[in-house]
Each structure stands twice: as C-alpha cells, then as structure tokens.
Write a protein that binds this ligand. Structure first.
Ligand code: ACO
Ligand code: ZN
Length: 444
C-alpha cells in the first residue's frame, strides 16, 4: 500500500496550523545562495559552534534534522523544499519539512528556529538533482494531471510512489473557506494553472465553484441559487440527507468536488473523466440549506467489484461517525444491487482505520448473535463485504484458525466482546427504510 501507516494520536488528524508565512522571493535561485553578510561573518568568528552551524546553512533539500513540532517536542524531519525569506539575510530560508514519523498531511513550512542544527545528519540522502528534476514534469505526470477525476489507482510501486511524492511534495493551497468553516488543507491538489499563486481559495458551499477572493465569493453567493448539491436526494433521516450526483449530468460540480477532495486525499490521481462516476454527497440540513459533510464516489460499472472509489469527511466533521455512515451507506447500495463490494485500493491510513473499525463491528455483531456454524461466504452474503476483507479482518483479530485445510472462525463470546469494545463507536446508523434508490442503469 502506498500510504504511510502512521496515525497521529493527537486528535482528529488535522494538520498543524500553518502560521502566517513571511512572503518569499520567487525569482531567487534557491540552489545558489549568496555569501554570508558582514554581520553573519562577525557572529561566525566569535562562536565556533555557531560557526559550524552557520556553515551548514542554508540546509540542503534532503537534510535530516530534528524539528520542533506543535506539541513542543522535537521530531525527526526531512527537508523537502526550501525558499528564501523576502528581505531576509543570505541564509534566511524557511524549510518545507516532512515529519518522518507522521503522515504527509502534517508536512509544513518551518522557520530555522524550529530546527535543531546540532542534530543535522551530514549525509544528504537524496541527490540535489532531484530538486531540479522535480520542476520538470515527466510526460507520465503531465498525463496524470491532464485527466480529471480524483480516483484511486492501483497499488503504488516504490518508483511511482516516489514520483508521486516528488511531484506533489509541497502543498499548493494552504487553506480553503467553505460555508462557515476555514479549513487547513492536507495535500497538493492540481487546480488549474491560474490558481498557482493562491494560498487560499473560497468555495461556494453549494455549487463548489471556487474563487480567489472573498469579494468574488460574496458576489457569487448573491447570485447562486443552489441550496443543496445538484442531483437526487435519495436519503433523508432527521437533518441528514444524501444526494446522488451523476458526474455526466453535473460535470462541473463533480470536477469541483474532485479538486476539493484531492486537498485531503493523498494517493489519488486526478482524472477528468467524472462521467463514469456517481457521487454520494452527505449533508447536514438546516434552514439555510444542505451543508456538505462528506462524500464518496462510486464507479457506475466496476470490473473489480469496487463499491467505493474515494471517501472523504471534511475535517470539521471528522471523528463524529460520518465516515462509518458513508461506508455503511456504500454497502447498503451494494446490498440493493445484490453484489458484494470493496473499496478501491490503496486505502489511506485513516481509510484503513475506518474500514477496519466498520468491518470489525459489523462482523462481530453477527458472530455474537449467530447460533451454530457460519461460513465466510454466508457472512459476505449478509453484509455485502467481500470475502477477502472478511478473512483479513478476522485474521487480524486472530479469530481464524486453519484446520484440516479449511479456515474456521473461532468465536469465543468473551473475545468478541473485547474486540467490539476496542473497535470504537459504531458511527451514525443508516436507516435503510429511508433510502429510496434504484441501481444505476445506463440510459444510452
Ligand atoms: N486518529 C485515529 N483514528 C482515527 C482518526 C484519527 N485522526 N480518524 C478516524 N479514525 C478511526 C477511528 O477508529 C474512528 O472511529 P472512532 O471515532 O469510533 O474511534 C474511525 O476511524 C472512523 O471514524 P468516523 O468518525 O466514522 O470517520 P470520519 O468521519 O472521521 O471519516 C475518513 C473517516 C473518511 C477516512 C476521514 O478520516 C477522511 O476523510 N480522511 C481523509 C481522506 C481519506 O483518507 N479517505 C480515505 C482514502 S481511501 C479511499 O478513498 C478508498
Ligand atoms: Zn454557488
């Protein structure tokens, strides 16, 4: 799997606040810094340790060093990129770092005073040429960008993972405004080139059009007559609604959704072919309209039995059970189709945690209630969960034994209870009686 298995334990997985950044020079050649100033020279002469440290500056891309994080502690990082600080001295750079213990969503620009120069590891483990090559897109990368829908791709091999990380290494958009929330982004998203210089984007929360300036959004909001996602409302229970949006019928909305979603999804490629997908957009509704909480996309026809391509809960709504609701919903659709399903791979760290939690709860609830033997095939028929996912879940819980050439489920009620407790909360329930839906049928 391409994504890192690290999960930070401090809350909802949101990235650290990206503090106000000093403006940077665009024209300066970061790889050839000017010589130290007279003042720097004087400091260097008077203190040998400082002299050694100043000699390291500016740090090379690829340097490994300890960096003070938002928890106040130092963590190992790798320098991914650097840029000159506008009006700063010759060695005044800020550094974009990857915390090697954490997921890439926590990558951020840091100031020199956050870095512990005593911990600098001399060997720069990557060739500096990497930096230069990163600026030139390969044809393969261009193709990826020229296609539009955010969609999962096959398991990433080491080379394509490196290529992906190189090309998307620095977040472009730092924050977005969406409805009443200002949200810090997690990853790079390939917005059209005219947005290259933007660090903040303003989204209309209903049609998902995005703009460079707040005034543009305010003007747009006076004209925009949408108060909910386009498409059919296929589920309503209390204040929760689900809309089904056909990517072919609502192309611009679907593309906007993909640009937005990519800001929070790492190992996904952006394809422009939204026609092939349906988007299930979950909303919390009030008298001002239906506010998007999250969504999942689903191929209209999947040869690999995928019942979900991408899933996202927007950060302000995470860890409230919406993710498990979306997952449960995707399986309810599969049940209505009379098919088993599985999410597209690779799963992200948070995706895997959410799926594992969902599978564990659903399967153990059945095993607890069930009297007598039950096979994996029967479990799969009851839940629409693919047999391989059932097997891997039960194996990871050590509930499977291999006896006389067969997998046997060993379900001691006490062990089941222990696992159920560890599986966390169940998430919001899908009330199937409120789902009004027929499987997609190609009209052409
Ligand atoms: N730290 C630790 N555990 C977490 C975290 C976290 N930050 N976030 C979720 N989990 C685990 C927990 O076990 C949680 O259950 P609990 O709260 O009962 O302990 C479980 O995952 C799911 O919690 P939910 O509240 O139901 O899910 P949420 O609404 O937060 O959405 C999701 C989960 C969709 C994966 C969300 O984290 C997200 O949008 N992440 C960014 C996009 C992403 O990675 N999507 C999956 C990609 S894979 C694919 O698309 C096929
Ligand atoms: Zn709008």
């Amino acid at each position: 799997m391409g994504s890192s298995a690290n999960t930070e334990t401090n809350g909802n997985g949101a990235p650290p606040s990206s503090n106000q950044k000093p403006p940077v020079t665009n024209g300066g050649d970061a790889s050839h810094p000017p010589p130290p100033s007279a003042l720097d020279q004087a400091i260097i002469e008077s203190d040998p340790s400082k002299k050694r440290k100043m000699g390291m500056l500016p740090l090379e891309v690829g340097t490994r060093v300890m960096c003070r994080w938002r928890d106040g502690k130092h963590h190992p990082v790798k320098v991914i990129e650097r840029r000159r600080i506008h009006n700063g001295g010759p060695n005044d750079y800020e550094y974009y770092v990857h915390y090697t213990e954490f997921n890439r969503r926590l990558d951020e620009w840091t100031q020199l005073d956050q870095l512990d120069l005593d911990s600098v590891e001399c060997a720069v483990d990557e060739k500096v040429e990497d930096k230069v090559t990163s600026l030139k897109m390969t044809r393969h990368q261009k193709r990826k960008i020229d296609e539009t829908h955010v969609e999962g791709h096959e398991e990433l091999d080491a080379a394509s993972l490196r290529e992906h990380e190189e090309f998307t290494k620095v977040k472009n958009i730092a924050t977005i405004e969406l409805g009443k929330y200002e949200i810090e982004t997690w990853y790079f998203s390939p917005f059209p080139p005219e947005y290259n210089e933007c660090v903040k984007l303003f989204f209309c929360e209903f049609c998902l059009n995005f703009m460079k300036r707040k005034e543009q959004l305010q003007r747009h909001m006076r004209k925009c007559d949408l108060k909910h996602p386009p498409g059919d409302e296929i589920y309503r229970s209390g204040t929760l609604s689900m809309f089904e949006v056909d990517g072919k019928k609502n192309k611009v909305y679907a593309q906007n959704l993909c640009y937005l979603a990519k800001l929070f999804l790492d190992h996904k490629t952006l394809y422009y072919d939204v026609d092939l997908f349906l988007f299930y957009v979950l909303c919390e509704c009030d008298d001002r309209g239906c506010h998007m909480v999250g969504y999942f996309s689903k191929e209209k026809h999947s040869e690999e039995a995928y019942n979900l391509a991408c899933i996202l809960t927007l950060p302000p709504y995470q860890r409230k059970g919406y993710g498990k609701f979306l997952i449960a919903f995707s399986y309810e659709l599969s049940k209505k189709e009379g098919k088993v399903g599985t999410p597209e791979r690779p799963l992200s760290d948070l995706g895997l945690l959410s799926y594992r939690g969902y599978w564990t709860r659903v399967l153990l609830d059945i095993l607890k209630k069930h009297k007598g033997n039950i096979s994996i095939k029967e479990l799969s028929d009851m839940t629409a969960i693919k047999a391989e996912d059932i097997l891997s879940t039960l194996q990871s819980l050590e509930l499977i034994q291999y006896r006389k050439g067969q997998h046997v489920i060993c379900a001691d009620p006490k062990v089941l209870d222990r696992h159920l407790k560890a599986a966390g909360r169940g998430g919001l329930d899908v009330d199937v009686s409120k789902l009004i839906w027929t499987p997609y049928r190609d009209q052409s």
